[in-house]
Design a protein around this ligand. Structure first.
Ligand code: TMP
Length: 217
């Protein structure tokens, strides 16, 4: 039995997920302490972070798209079993930066493997464990890419960031389809707004979804 609450944060590159999570972490940590786990994909534990390095290494120019999809799913499996499920079993609120929707948008739509194929392949990794809710940071591909060019340190620009604008537009289209097909799970935030507004809305949405965690004992 999973007693916790599993919330994922999704969006294209440059949507500001990491900046927002860095701001909400101290706010939620203060209120929730060890009832909170903030984690990310690909990565989140030792094995999955090693897989992350292989996937995102800009020197790995020959990586096949299906290999890429399988590596994301492998990192996800390890992250789910070793990190997410124990936290959910312990009743924690898990906020995860990216999950299956990322693979469906990036590998399914962006790499054009096919969204259903990538989703189905991921069910092997997840055994159909999906988040209770997903917050989707919506930002046009051009805006996301401009933000990366402007703000991201050159050493943090990875193999997917340097993909073409056409790739990033397909990723955005993929996300829009996923959001349209899952209206009860996915909550959309306009991530073109200033950071403080996106932070405030994220806090508000999480508190609404996971209200029980924020009540006095
Ligand atoms: P990050 O920049 O949010 O840390 O994510 C790393 C990159 O990996 C980003 O470009 C999105 C990409 N990605 C996929 O292509 N598929 C996936 O399943 C995940 C989790 C991330």
């Amino acid at each position: 039995m999973l007693q916790g609450m599993f919330i994922t944060i999704e969006g294209p590159d440059g949507a500001g997920k990491t900046s927002v999570l860095n701001k909400v972490l101290p706010i939620f940590s203060k209120e929730l302490g060890d009832k909170l786990l903030i984690t990310r994909e690909p990565g989140g534990n030792k094995i999955s972070e090693q897989v992350r390095n292989v996937i995102l290494d800009r020197n790995n120019t020959d990586m096949d798209y299906r290999t890429e999809a399988l590596l994301y799913a492998a990192a996800r499996r390890q992250h789910l079993v070793e990190t997410i499920l124990p936290a959910l079993k312990a009743g924690k609120l898990v906020l995860c930066d990216r999950y299956v929707d990322s693979s469906v948008a990036y590998q399914g739509a962006g790499r054009e493997i096919g969204m259903p194929e990538v989703f189905n392949m991921n069910t092997f990794a997840t055994q159909n464990i999906m988040p209770n809710k997903t917050i989707y940071f919506d930002v046009p591909a051009e805006v996301g890419l401009q933000r990366i060019a402007k703000y991201r340190d050159a050493k943090n620009v990875d193999r997917l960031d340097v993909e073409t604008t056409a790739f990033h537009k397909r990723v955005n289209e993929g996300y829009k389809q996923i959001a349209a097909r899952n209206p009860s799970r996915i909550i959309v935030i306009d991530a073109t707004q200033p950071l403080n507004k996106v932070v405030d809305q994220t806090v508000e949405i999480v508190k609404k979804i996971a209200g029980n965690y924020f009540k006095e004992p």
